[in-house]
Design a protein around this ligand. Structure first.
Ligand SMILES: Nc1ncnc2c1ncn2[C@@H]1O[C@H](COP(=O)(O)OP(=O)(O)OP(=O)(O)O)[C@@H](O)[C@H]1O
Length: 592
């Protein structure tokens, strides 16, 4: 949780130094009118005010220097606070479940480290300005009482009225800032999602309609911000009204007391100077409280995000990983049911199957059958509502998440590449860096070696922006990443959907090699991918209809026959040999 007090006191030495310097600046400012009083007294007494004038100049210089240094220290503390909060929020967001991140929206989450972090950054300035301003006002009031208590009473009355007005406005402002930040999150979310979908938007000439929806969000934000600006504008108005009231009351009362001989002209001058000097501090108190409210609203939003439970808690990451049971299946589902959050129907219902420790398992079935959900359960992106999912002999709940995922390589449907170099992308998840020959062998095996060599900086080219890869190349990069991992289980979601015939055949060989030493579970629509599988799981509407080898299923499972019949069944050419560096066991090729 973000605790402003804890964040502010994280660097106590700098904070105390900043406070002391600010205090020095305030003391110097406070001393100034006293020297003025002495200068006036000197002049009225016919004496040269040299010494007091020199002290006046010294106080002004010391005050300015101390203020600048204090401001610099506060800026350091503020930037550090924003840095710490940003890092915590980013780290926590990455550890949330995929479902929560999807439901929240990436743009909405990003707004926490941009606009909310900035509002929190401002709290540092006000958190030190406010106590100092309060201290200055209190100290000034003490000096004022010492000069003339009647005039002080009048001043306090006017300031009390002012405080009341400002407090009323501030309460409304905090609520408004919360609404503004929510609206900023919404617009950031829509804009990010639209930029992600820009190809589709352009292809459908939907720029105008999309911009219109964004403009509606911007309009909502404008309306809310305007309401906030109206409230904010009331504060200076209330301040100037309160100040003028105080000034009028002091001049009237002071003038009368001056005329009656109850107050000297030097004391009255000093009192007026103190009053004039207090006014900026009273303004600081009022505007600073407004910024503090904004900071508190941002803190609440950050805390709301930080309170979302991470995928795994600290206790789990400290647990030791169980040893894989030698005779257990790679993956075993026992009567697993699961419903996606917000979905009406279950995605899986009482699904049971087991896969061998090595070899290729194909999960097939019509669209929406639950195939991707099966993979998500194996990698514990989601947890079963009932039943159990066991990996290498242990329930996925019993594995520390990190250890579980170290055992599994996952190639998702979108073949996601990070905005990182080709080398970093290939090595994602590896415990030790791969050597260049290892990287070259993996790229060669998936037919990508030449494409990567042609990139401006080869393996060290940053992918994702100017130098991007085609869909098929991305898919092969994702497969090369799986090849380089030392996972026991490889999950592939539609691994050949974007490949041309030649590459598809090359990858059949790569998958066969992978399956020689690991359990490979492939979600596949294409018969060509299924053909090599030792084990085929036929799913429909969230259930397993049947599971056996291709020929047995063809013989006894009518829906499988129908699925196969719907495919183009031209016989594929003989697969090319996989790269020698990757061939552990040629005899392990599986297939009909
Ligand atoms: N995030 C989600 N929220 C709600 N429902 C979902 C979500 N993801 C999947 N579903 C639903 O769960 C069911 C199974 O989806 P799943 O993606 O596992 O199917 P699939 O067999 O992999 O489909 P496809 O072959 O089209 O990729 C579908 O009815 C789908 O609409």
């Amino acid at each position: 949780m973000v605790s402003l007090r804890r964040e502010l006191t994280a660097d106590p030495v700098r904070l105390i130094a900043a406070l002391l310097l600010a205090l020095t600046a305030t003391a110097a400012t406070l001393a100034l009118p006293l020297f003025v009083q002495e200068v006036v007294t000197d002049l009225m007494g016919g004496r040269a005010p040299r010494a007091h004038a020199a002290l006046m100049c010294a106080a002004a210089s010391v005050g300015a220097l101390a203020q600048a240094l204090s401001g610099f220290l506060l800026a350091r503390i503020g930037e550090r606070l924003a840095y710490r909060i940003r890092v915590r929020i980013m780290d926590h967001s990455l550890r949330l479940t995929l479902g929560v991140v999807k439901a929240r929206g990436t743009g909405e989450l990003a707004a926490r480290i941009t606009s909310d972090a900035l509002l929190l950054r401002q709290v540092v300035d006000v958190a030190t300005q406010l106590p100092l301003a309060a201290l200055t006002v209190a100290a000034t009031l003490v000096v004022m009482v010492w000069i003339d208590w009647v005039l002080t009473l009048v001043t306090v009355g006017a300031l009390a009225l002012l405080t009341l007005l400002v407090l009323l406005v501030l309460r409304q402002m905090k609520e408004n800032v919360g609404k503004q930040q929510n609206a900023v999150g919404r617009i950031a979310q829509r804009f990010t999602a639209d930029l992600d979908a820009l190809t589709t938007i352009k292809a459908h000439r939907a720029e105008a309609a999309t911009a219109e929806a964004l403009a509606a969000d911007a309009e909502r934000l404008r309306t809310i911000s305007l309401e906030g600006a109206r409230l904010a504008a009331l504060i200076p108005a209330a301040l100037s009204l309160g100040n003028q009231l105080a000034m009028i009351a002091v001049i009237l009362t002071g003038g009368a007391r001056l005329a009656a001989g109850d107050l000297g002209i030097a004391a009255f001058t000093a009192f007026l100077l103190y009053l004039l000097q207090t006014i900026p501090y009273v303004s600081t108190l009022a505007t600073g409280s407004g910024r503090l409210q904004a900071g508190l609203a941002a803190r609440d939003r950050c805390n709301e995000l930080l309170s979302l439970p991470p995928e795994t808690d600290a206790r789990e990451s400290h647990r030791t990983a169980p040893a894989a049971l030698p005779d257990a299946p790679a993956v075993m589902f026992r009567s697993v049911s699961y419903t996606h959050p917000g979905a009406r129907d279950a995605a899986l219902r009482a699904v049971s199957f087991a896969t061998a420790r090595t070899g290729l398992t194909a999960v097939v079935g019509p669209s929406g059958a639950g195939k991707t959900t099966v993979l998500a359960l194996i990698d514990r992106f989601v947890r079963p509502a009932s039943g159990s999912v066991r990996v290498l002999g242990h329930d996925t709940a019993d594995w520390p998440l990190d250890a579980l995922r170290a055992r599994i390589a996952y190639v998702d449907q979108r073949f996601t590449l990070l905005e990182a170099t080709a080398r970093e992308n290939l090595q994602l998840g590896r415990s030790r860096p791969a050597t260049d020959p290892e990287l070259d062998a993996a790229l060669e095996a998936v037919g990508l070696a030449q494409d990567i060599t042609r990139l401006p900086q080869g393996l060290d080219t940053l992918l994702g922006r100017e130098s991007d890869l085609s869909g098929g190349q991305r898919q092969r990069m994702a497969l090369a990443r799986a090849l380089l991992s030392d996972a026991d289980i490889v999950l592939l979601d539609e691994p050949t959907s974007q490949l041309d015939g030649l590459n598809e055949e090359r990858l059949r060989a790569v998958i066969a090699d992978l399956a020689a030493s690991r359990a490979v579970i492939v979600v596949a629509h294409r018969l060509s991918t299924v053909r090599d599988a030792r084990h085929v799981i036929m799913m429909n509407a969230g259930t397993v209809l049947d599971a056996a080898d291709h020929d047995t299923l063809l013989h006894r499972c009518a829906p499988y026959r129908a699925l196969v019949a719907s495919q183009t069944t031209k016989p594929p050419p003989a697969p090319p040999a996989a790269h020698p560096a990757l061939r552990d066991n040629d005899s392990a090729h599986v297939g009909p």
